[in-house]
Ligand binder design. Structure first.
Ligand code: ZN
Length: 472
């Protein structure tokens, strides 16, 4: 199945209890409507003010209308950090209770056995999970390519799912024998990494407005690649106009490693390598210091905030309020499924709000701010001005949540805040690139059951092989 095969009909979404626009005025429109034509939004306003031309198109059968009474409608959420292959290694007993470096060391043994099919199936399942949680655009950071796996495997999965996708070409080049963390069998040569990066940009990168596929260069972290590869990746990215992404300042050990190996804080190291600017975003930044926050604000360097992962690995509480006050672009990331075993992006917005309050008091983040970070914030972090808001000319990425169930009972006073304060729901409707992907809480043209069955088999195979390598 290729979701891009036929052009979509214009869609008229109307009678939303509340339409959250995230436009410049942050309008919330009661009994709202939004109309899409092709890949873009054509009209936004109150249902009563819908231009007659749309009623005429409906009467001629040239458009489709969906009534959304009882729903909140909003821009599709944007996920800025993930490792989708990890949906095969959730809740692995050996990695349940470790902090970052110990956790990684245990999991590398499994990941070294990934196959191209495992990448394709796990990426599709991870995308299905994200889409059901209201996400319409995601980045994915794939940084190991064992047994013939390629980034193309995850891009083809995104095509099959119809999801807007920023594929980050990760890499690791410093194995254990050279003082790095990963085992030698999962690292690549730096020449091969750069050659493959160029190939991927040539084959897949689309810089145009409403693009469904973009390539990002993303060495895994400062403790798994060389200084040279960080520099050369930045040069290549700027020559070709693609973004840069990596992990930075995740926890105290990460800071200690940076000081010991490079004699600098992670932010100083990033600046030294040319890894700051509007075309760069870093995951985590839990331990970004005041000078680092000022640097990121000054240069427009983005941060992918991953609160569930930070809690699961006991990394700490990222200073999101200080970052935003300094002008740092902040988006949300669910992070890989092995460090956040539940990848629900609206749930992540809820956790972001709650965790900021634990760290910095009850006024540290409002529900609306959490939603803004999850939409506009993520768009800015990915370097896009065509997603994250509902306004004419923006990409047609729209989600709706039904607030009539038990999880939102009694919260009608403020349905928008209820999206974040109450139990994170399943997206009732998801439109991506003007196409209905989820309708009534189910995929419109995809049977998940066989895909889930295969995913279960692959997860079992991967785990058993790593535990009993002599059997494989
Ligand atoms: Zn990560």
């Amino acid at each position: 199945m290729n979701a891009a095969a036929t052009p979509p009909r214009p869609l008229i979404l109307r009678h939303a209890d509340m339409l959250v626009t995230m436009d410049a005025a942050r309008r919330e429109i009661p009994d709202g409507a939004v109309v899409t034509e092709g890949p873009a939004i054509a009209w936004v306003g109150a249902t009563a003010e819908l231009p007659p031309v749309y009623a005429e198109a409906l009467a001629r059968g040239q458009a489709e209308a969906i009534d959304l009474r009882g729903h909140v409608v909003m821009p599709g959420l944007v996920n800025t950090h993930h490792h989708m292959y990890q949906s095969l290694t959730r809740a692995v007993p050996e990695a349940q209770d470790a902090e970052l470096f110990g956790w990684l060391t245990n999991l590398y043994l499994l990941w070294a056995r990934l196959t191209p099919e495992m990448i394709r199936v796990s990426t599709r399942i991870a995308m299905a999970e994200l889409m059901l949680s209201g996400c319409t655009t995601s980045s994915d950071h794939l940084y190991l390519f064992p047994n013939g796996a390629r980034l193309d495997d995850s891009i083809e999965a995104a095509d099959a799912m119809g999801m807007r996708f920023h594929a980050a070409r990760g890499s690791m080049s410093v194995g254990r024998s050279l003082g790095g963390l990963p085992p030698d069998e999962v690292v690549e040569s730096e020449d091969a990494i750069l050659r493959d990066s160029e190939r991927l940009i040539d084959r897949w990168h689309d810089p145009s407005r409403h693009a469904m596929r973009r390539i990002v260069l993303a060495p895994c972290s400062p403790f798994s690649v060389s200084r040279d590869l960080m520099r050369l990746s930045a040069e290549l990215a700027r020559e070709r106009g693609v973004s840069l992404h990596t992990h930075l300042a995740e926890n105290d050990n990460d800071i200690a490693y940076s000081r010991e190996k490079f004699g600098m804080t992670p932010a100083e190291y990033a600046e030294d390598l040319g890894w700051v600017g509007r075309d760069v975003w870093h995951a985590h930044c839990v331990k970004l210091d005041a000078a680092g926050i000022a640097l990121f604000g000054r240069t427009g360097t983005g941060v992918a905030h991953c609160p569930c992962s930070n809690m699961r690995l006991a990394s700490g509480i990222a200073p999101i309020g200080a970052m935003r006050r300094a002008g740092v672009p902040v988006g949300l990331g669910v992070d890989g499924s092995a460090s956040n075993d539940g990848a629900h992006l609206l749930g992540e917005a809820r956790q972001a709000m709650l965790l900021q309050r634990v760290g910095f008091g009850p006024a540290a983040m409002t529900a609306r701010e959490a939603l803004e970070i999850a939409t506009l914030g993520g768009a800015r972090v990915l370097g896009r001005d065509d997603i994250g808001a509902l306004a004419p000319g923006m990409s047609a990425d729209i989600v709706a949540f039904d607030l009539r169930g038990v999880g939102h009972a009694g919260a009608g006073h403020d349905p928008v805040a209820a999206l974040v304060f109450c139990q994170p729901g399943v997206a009732a409707l998801s439109v991506i690139d003007g196409r209905v992907r989820i309708r009534d809480g189910r995929f419109a043209d995809l049977d998940l059951a066989p895909l889930l069955a295969r995913h279960r088999e692959l997860a079992r195979t991967l785990y058993e092989q790593a535990r009993h390598p002599h059997l494989s």
